[in-house]
Design a binder for this molecule. Sequence first.
Ligand code: BG6
Ligand code: MG
Length: 215
Amino acid sequence: MIKGILFDLDGVLLSTDQFHFHAWKALADRLGISFDRHQGDRCRGVSRMESLEIVLQNSIHPYTPEEKQQFAAEKNRHYRTQGLTPADVPEETVHVLTELRRRGYQLALASGSKNAELILQKTGLGSLLDGVVDGMDITRSKPDPEVFCKAAQVLGLSPRDCVGVDDASAGVQSIRAAGAIAAAMGPAAQAGEGDWNLRTLSQLLERCPGTEAAL
Ligand code: BG6
Ligand code: MG
């Protein structure tokens, strides 16, 4: 029986995936490296430094570890300048989270982002969640199952009683490895990678009905 739902942040609850793409693109442009949407999609769900390696794959220049740290910091400064407010949270996200809670499900964040707390604060999304696990809490990034296992744990649940929702291949693999049901969105859903492949977040409401007791 499904008791908990574990949400990725970027590209699932918010369109911050677009901000990540634009921040990497700005760095790539400055360095004279080509970087397109397809490569941007490969950065979904993977850590900041792994994303940087994807960006640098089209460069012939061998950069030092120090330079790479500077590039990652430059991208992160750009990313953090986004002026997110509660108005940037899609109404659909608020509706789905509120309704799932009303139906008796526990909700947690399972994000690989080290900026997640800042984003939850700026948008007020934190108040709609019962637990948060983010990039600051894990040592192994998706596709490792750590983030989804810990998110289930903060809810006091087994991953087997949870659904994970993610827009990235790495995220779907992470959910599966944790032993939860994988609900794919965005590119991962289009590729049919999930146990459930959702076109919209609202479709979760069809898959997660209310229990008599909760309604
Ligand atoms: C994930 C994004 O949520 O967080 C990735 O999908 C990003 O694109 C990763 O690289 C790490 O984010 P941050 O905010 O720690 O740089
Ligand atoms: Mg994502």
